[in-house]
Design a protein around this ligand. Structure first.
Ligand SMILES: N[C@@H](CCC(=O)N[C@@H](CS)C(=O)NCC(=O)O)C(=O)O
Length: 199
């Protein structure tokens, strides 16, 4: 049985989304941070970093959401990773790009938002990184429905779910017309609508 630790209101969202696209049966295990469950001995055996998401496919354990999505796509629908060598390269490129350039800045802003006294330097650095890299994504999406090869891939899931951090971190993306159009299209996918309709 496939198990995913972490609810859809977390970094696990992109894995829930892919699983919904694939139509797989699975169990969600919520991890109570307030109770320290992510630092508990049994959880640290699954992910020594103490972070969600973690996936268990029978006995096989995997952490890091992008790796989980690569594994599940490879296992169930490899075309979601691209259909040619070049498309594989481009999917990997956009995945790495989002992780290297946007994931931390958005996470920084989200976490600073919870603090009584946000660190202004950290916030400014995160905003500067977002301002530097979102125009690159917007330009790459000019005239395109999807990031790679005119078709929906895991890169669309991984990159857009990273940019979705804007909603909870107070970043205004409305000036990026191509990003807005791309994300609206992705959010209208049946798998996403189904995911949002579920409790
Ligand atoms: N790069 C990781 C990031 C995971 C991550 O930051 N998860 C957060 C929740 S959204 C977490 O578990 N934080 C707990 C902690 O940092 O102690 C991934 O994509 O899986």
């Amino acid at each position: 049985m496939l198990k995913l630790y972490g609810t859809k209101r977390s970094s696990a969202y992109r894995c829930h989304w892919l699983i919904a696209e694939l139509g797989l049966a699975y169990e969600t295990v919520s991890v109570d941070f307030a109770a320290g469950e992510n630092k508990s001995e049994p959880f640290l055996k699954l992910n020594p970093n103490g972070k969600i998401p973690v996936m268990m496919d029978d006995d096989f354990v995997l952490f890091e959401s992008f790796a989980i999505n690569a594994y599940l796509a490879e296992k169930h629908q490899p075309a979601l990773l691209g259909s040619t060598l070049q498309e594989h390269g481009l999917v990997a490129q956009w995945n790495a790009w989002a992780l290297a350039n946007l994931a931390d800045p958005f996470m920084t802003l989200i976490l600073q938002g919870y603090r009584k006294t946000p660190d202004n330097d950290d916030t400014a650095a995160a905003r500067a990184a977002i301002d530097r890299f979102l125009p690159i994504l917007d330009a790459a999406l000019e005239g395109k429905e999807y990031l790679v090869a005119g078709t929906f891939t895991v890169a669309d899931i991984n990159v857009s779910s990273t940019v979705a951090g804007a909603e909870t971190s107070g970043v205004d993306v409305s000036t990026y017309a191509n990003i807005v159009r791309w994300m609206q299209g992705l959010n209208a996918r049946p798998a996403v609508l189904k995911l949002h309709a579920e409790a």
